[in-house]
Unconditional design. Structure first.
Length: 129
């Protein structure tokens, strides 16, 4: 009976520790600055439900990201013109998407790449400035 209890305790401990370690690693990775392509949501997404459950509003400063938690504030800088904007993560990107971030139309306007459709950007968490 003692051996069974010990095995059970180890299983419970592992079930608690492993997710905590993975979550901590994910946060550490997400806090590093990234550089790559940014796209913006097409207008036909207006009003559609995002990952966080709210409807998309092209006039808000929001973004979609692969690993940052919902509600995270990210500073996005257009590497071609130096324009920056702070967006809030409200949606989850598909892992196969080659871009590092998708931003709302308003964010793309402030970053200056609506006509081009995409831009090379640097993405940082607000804490890593």
């Amino acid at each position: 009976m003692k051996r069974y209890d010990r095995i059970r305790q180890v299983k419970i401990l592992m079930a608690l520790v492993i997710p905590a370690v993975l979550f901590t690693c994910q946060i550490a990775l997400a806090q590093k600055a990234e550089e790559g392509l940014a796209n913006f949501y097409r207008d036909d997404f207006q009003g559609k439900k995002m990952f966080n459950g709210e409807p998309y509003d092209k006039n808000k400063l929001t973004a979609s990201h692969k690993k940052h938690a919902m509600g995270t504030k990210l500073k996005v800088t257009n590497l071609e013109n130096g324009n920056s904007v702070v967006v809030t993560v409200t949606d989850r990107m598909a892992q196969k998407n080659p871009a590092v971030i998708d931003v709302s139309r308003r964010a793309a306007e402030e970053l200056g790449f609506v006509k081009a459709g995409k831009a090379r950007v640097k993405v940082e968490t607000e804490q890593s400035k």
